[in-house]
Design a protein around this ligand. Structure first.
Ligand code: DC
Length: 231
């Protein structure tokens, strides 16, 4: 059976990774959280006092960064230079710096190269901001998620609590509004809906209903590809 690439883009904290994980589980596909890669780079810059407005410092730092993923207890886990940094990259400190870091073209080029490599065998769900537009413009299925900002902030708060991180909902809300602004207005690969992406507003949609809806889209796509192949 043909395997496809599913690209999920959208605003901050719209449940992209929740949906992506469920899809990868259902389909037996791999899952890549591209935001975790930008967060890992940001953490490296912060921990090593890299002035990320200085392009030489950034280029030099990128040569010392190796990002990888492993499944630990069924959870996608991010590693930076061999160290498990999954919890650290979710802190507010990293969230505050990650959008400015993501505007840097040399950072984006390095991440996109790695992301394309991870997709070369297809059978992949990747979520982020430029997956359907830049990383996999030929992805067979593209989704663009959106939801009411306050609902998103509340969901993010619950997610952070489950990871043992405490934050105020109002701080989370202002952070995600600010990140949406920077991510959508940056010059290099801004967050935008690919022309062929399907918009899903999940403000009032349960995770389960959203998953069922998207699985139908996936199955339609796979059926269609089968027909095209046999013709
Ligand atoms: O998905 P996330 O909230 O963990 O992503 C963190 C930041 O990384 C997001 O605010 C912008 C950046 N990002 C990006 O620029 N391009 C991507 N494909 C994924 C994330």
């Amino acid at each position: 059976v043909e395997k496809i690439i599913i690209a999920i883009d959208g605003y901050s904290s719209c449940g992209k990774s929740t949906l992506a994980k469920a899809l990868s589980h259902n389909l037996g596909y791999s899952y890549v959280d591209s935001g975790a890669m930008y967060r890992a780079v940001t953490l490296y810059f912060l921990n090593n006092n890299i002035d990320y407005f200085d392009s030489d410092s950034v280029k030099d730092a990128l040569n010392h960064i190796s990002i990888s993923f492993q499944r630990i207890n069924g959870e996608n886990t991010t590693f930076l230079n061999g160290e498990n940094i999954e919890t650290e990259i979710r802190t507010m400190k990293v969230s505050e710096h990650v959008s400015p870091v993501s505007t840097i073209s040399s950072v984006r080029r390095a991440m996109v190269r790695l992301q394309k490599e991870l997709g070369k065998n297809k059978g992949l769900v990747m979520d982020g901001r430029d997956i359907g537009t830049v990383v996999f413009p030929d992805a067979e299925l593209k989704l663009f998620l959106t939801a009411d900002p306050l609902v998103r902030a509340e969901r993010r708060n619950l997610e952070l609590i489950s990871k043992g991180i405490t934050a105020r909902t109002e701080d989370i809300l202002s952070n995600l509004i600010e990140r949406d602004r920077i991510d959508s207005t940056r010059e290099d690969s801004p967050l935008m809906k690919a022309v062929d992406a399907i918009i899903i507003d999940n403000t009032e949609l349960s995770e389960e209903n959203q998953l069922n809806m998207v699985m139908e889209l996936v199955n339609e796509k796979l059926e269609h590809l089968k027909k095209v192949t046999y013709k």
